[in-house]
Design a binder for this molecule. Sequence first.
Ligand SMILES: Nc1ncnc2c1ncn2[C@@H]1O[C@H](COP(=O)(O)OP(=O)(O)OP(=O)(O)O)[C@@H](O)[C@H]1O
Ligand SMILES: CC(=O)N[C@H]1[C@@H]2OC[C@@H](O2)[C@@H](O)[C@@H]1O[C@H](C)C(=O)O
Length: 373
Amino acid sequence: MGEVRTAIGLMSGTSMDGIDIALLRTDGESVVHHGPSGYFPYDTQLRETWKKALITAKAIKQRDERPGDLADAERKLTLCHAAALKSFLLRHKLQSTNIDLIGFHGQTVLHRPDDALTVQIGNGTLLAQETGIDVVYDMRANDMAHGGQGAPLIPVYHAALAANLPAQFDTPAVLVNIGGISNLTFVGDDGTLAAFDSGPGNMLIDQWIEAHTGKAYDKGGETAARGAVVPSLVSRYMESPFFSANIRRSLDRSDFLPPVKGEVSLEDGARTLAHLTGAAILKSASYLPEAVKTYVVCGGGRLNPVIMREFAEQAAKQGAKVIAAEQAGFDGGAMEAEAWAYLAVRSLRGLPLTYPGTTGVTEPVTGGVLARV
Ligand SMILES: Nc1ncnc2c1ncn2[C@@H]1O[C@H](COP(=O)(O)OP(=O)(O)OP(=O)(O)O)[C@@H](O)[C@H]1O
Ligand SMILES: CC(=O)N[C@H]1[C@@H]2OC[C@@H](O2)[C@@H](O)[C@@H]1O[C@H](C)C(=O)O
C-alpha cells in the first residue's frame, strides 16, 4: 500500500448548482476511510455569473485565455471554493494542517473534445494560498493532450467502489452518475473497465423548469409526475448522432438544448425529458461489452423519483435492475467530490487517471497540476 493521505475533493459540476465537498483517506488505490461530506449551494447571483461565463468562454481558442469577465469569474469561483472549504473545516473541527491535499475540479466553461479543448476555470495557486493546503487541479488537460475525451474522469474511482458492491446485486454492474450530464462506468467481472458520457442527465430538465417557473430544478419530480411522455420528442433527441456515432464522445452542456417553449406543455416536457434521461443511458449502455444486470445511480438525478421510475421501467425490459447508490452502501451525493480527492492522490503518486477504455486516451495517463503552498 502507498502512503495514505487525507484529501479533500471540491466539485462544481455541470449543473452549476453548488460546490460538493468530501474528505477521503486514501493511497489513491484503496479507500481507507470515507470522511464527512458537504454541499455549499450557489446563490442566484453566482449562478448568473457562471452562466455568463459559459457564453464568454465560447470565444476561447487557447485554453489559458480568459477573455472579458472570465478572469473575474475565475477569481470569484476560486474564492467561493476557499470559503466553502474553510467553513467545512470549521464545521468538522478540522485544521488545514490535518489535510494533505485538495483535489480541485473548478467549473467547466467549455468542452470541445473534437478540438482537444477543455477549459475549467479555477485558480489552483490562489486556492493553495487561500487555504494553506497543496492543491491538484486541471486534471482533464493531460488526457486530452494524449488523445482522450477529457471526460469522464470518475471511472477509476467507480472501479475502486465497485470492488465493494454487495454480493446480493447481480453483475456486471454499471455505476451511473446522473448530474447535468450523465456518465457511466462498466466494471466487468474480469476487471474490464469501460466508461463514457451517456447523454443529458438533469440539465435539460433544469433549463426547461427554469424557463417556465424561474425555479432551478424539478424538485422531487413533481412537475414531471403530472405530465405524459411525448414519444416524438424522445425520438427527436434519440436521433442525435451522439447515440449512433462509432466513438463515444464526451459532452458539453451546449450539445443538447431544451425543447422550444410552447412546443409541449410544461408538465409533458418535464416528463419527456425525465424519460429521455433513462433512454439515453440505456442506448449508450448498448455499446458496453456485456449486457448490464445492475445500474447503481449516483448524482442529483437519483433524487428525482420520476427519472428513477422511468429509468427502472425501461431497464427492466432489458432484464436489468436500477438502484440508488445508497442501496449499495455508497454515498451518491458525495461520490464526485470523493473522486476528486482520490484523483488528486493518484496524481501526486503519478498513477494513471484515465485509460483507453475510459476516455479513449492512447495509453493510461496521469494528469493534474500541483500547486504547493
Ligand atoms: N430533490 C431533487 N429532486 C429533483 N432533482 C434533484 C433533486 N436534487 C437534485 N436534483 C437534480 O440534480 C442536479 C444536481 O446534480 P449533481 O450535483 O449530481 O450535478 P453536477 O455534479 O453539477 O453535474 P455533473 O455530474 O454533470 O458535473 C440538480 O440540478 C437537479 O436537477
Ligand atoms: C467536461 C466536464 O466537466 N464533464 C463532466 C460533465 O458532467 C458529467 C459528465 O459531463 C462527465 O464527463 C464530467 O464529469 C464527471 C464528474 C467526470 O469527469 O467523471
